[in-house]
Design a protein around this ligand. Structure first.
Ligand code: FAD
Length: 350
């Protein structure tokens, strides 16, 4: 089949690899340059974890981890850095309780830790005496930019044509930029709403930053389970990365972005509190595509050919992007149906 893929981000690159390796003639359209920083997937790291509040996502991770391991083997490069995860909060934190419940239900081992254990075990990382933590081993970070490159390189070696700086425009007759295809996968991230017309996917601006801190670099990834929802990474070369999983201002992804100084100062305060960090090395902006209930979305366009779209969004989708890339391939080849995944179905989907 001649398959068009719109978007060379986390999902599009994975879809390209699966579809090309499966023998399809793949053309990938990416509106910006290779490795650009205008979508949702740029930068060096995204958290991967089994420790989820929602059991559905935690269970799905059992299918996701092997896919990343398989990609690592295919590209012969380390993409998943396993650090474990520290989740902490006040004893009445719903996030902490639900995460613990999910892990218990799945018999996934974890340790309960107090503030002294945390500081001793993780190089001085600070939680308050009235906070508590759990540590779970099946977690760490994905080297995001390298994951996308790995997928694109393998897709390209399998014959996929990668067209960068080429915006795909869909016509009413189903053609893309004037050419007909047998199938299409729309993996447009923050542009999904504008490409598909689905309205409940809202692009929001997010800010994170890298810090220098006087502590051991080799800490786990971490999530503050309070309503503040800060999160962070070890220092893997660029500094300690700290961000906040709280939805930023709604934006048009095509417009210039203003810096969010308030978000940045709150993140800097958290880096000081948890890591003793005083020096901000770099601040970065990124876009969340937010769906209701923090869920992911898939759908089919009303077309004469198989035409599917996917957005593992809401700020936690990178780890699942490889699974969605495979799903795009399976949907197009007819071995899966979108009805198999009712939780992700968008209103108005076929
Ligand atoms: C600050 C931040 C932190 C995050 N942290 C985590 C985390 O720790 N763990 C986690 O699992 N997830 C995390 N996420 C979420 C995750 O990064 C995203 O869910 C994921 O990257 C989405 O990938 P995507 O392929 O859907 O979108 P994108 O990577 O944005 O890719 C879409 C691509 O489509 C292209 N495109 C769109 N329209 C067209 C068109 N018409 N023609 C051609 N090209 C087009 C765009 O240019 C873009 O390159 C985070 C996101 C952000 C912003």
């Amino acid at each position: 089949m001649k398959v068009a893929i719109i978007g060379a981000g986390a999902v599009g690159s994975a879809a390209a690899r699966f579809l090309a390796k499966s023998g399809n003639q793949v053309v990938v359209f990416e509106q910006f340059e290779r490795g650009h920083a205008k979508g949702s997937s740029h930068g060096s790291s995204r958290i991967i974890r089994k420790a989820y509040v929602d059991r559905f996502y935690s269970e799905l991770m059992d299918d996701v981890f092997p896919l990343w391991r398989d990609l690592e083997q295919q590209c012969n490069e380390k993409l998943y850095v396993e650090t474990g995860i520290l989740v902490f909060g006040q004893p009445d934190s719903r996030y902490l309780h639900s995460t613990r419940d999910t892990l218990l239900q799945q018999r996934a081992a974890y340790d309960n830790l107090g503030h002294i254990d945390v500081a001793r075990r993780f190089g001085g990382f600070h939680i308050d005496p009235d906070e508590e933590a759990i540590f779970q081993q099946d977690a760490g970070f994905l080297r995001a930019d390298r994951c996308i490159e790995a997928n694109l390189n393998i897709a390209s070696a399998a014959g996929a044509e990668l067209r960068f700086n080429t915006r795909a425009v869909l016509s009413d007759d189903g053609s893309i930029n004037g050419d007909k295809y047998d199938a299409m996968a729309i993996c447009a991230g923050p542009w999904t709403a504008s490409v598909t017309g689905i309205e409940d996917l809202i692009p929001r601006l997010q800010t994170f930053a890298y810090f220098d801190a006087p502590m051991e670099r080799d800490i786990p990834v971490w999530i503050d389970g309070s309503e503040n929802h800060f999160y962070g990474f070890p220092d893997y070369g660029a500094g300690f990365k700290v961000g906040r999983h709280l939805y930023g201002p709604v934006i048009d992804p095509d417009e210039d972005r203003l810096s969010d100084d308030e978000a940045l100062s709150q993140i800097a305060a958290e880096a000081r509190r948890r890591l003793g960090a005083d020096v901000t090395l770099e601040s970065v902006q990124c876009v969340y595509t937010v769906a209701p209930n923090e869920d992911f979305r898939i759908g089919a366009l009303p077309a004469d050919i198989p035409a599917f779209w996917a957005s593992p969004c809401s700020g936690h989708g990178f780890k699942f992007s490889i699974w969605f890339g495979k799903l795009m391939c399976d949907l197009i080849e007819g071995t899966e149906s979108i009805e198999d995944w009712p939780r992700f179905l968008a209103t108005g989907s076929k």
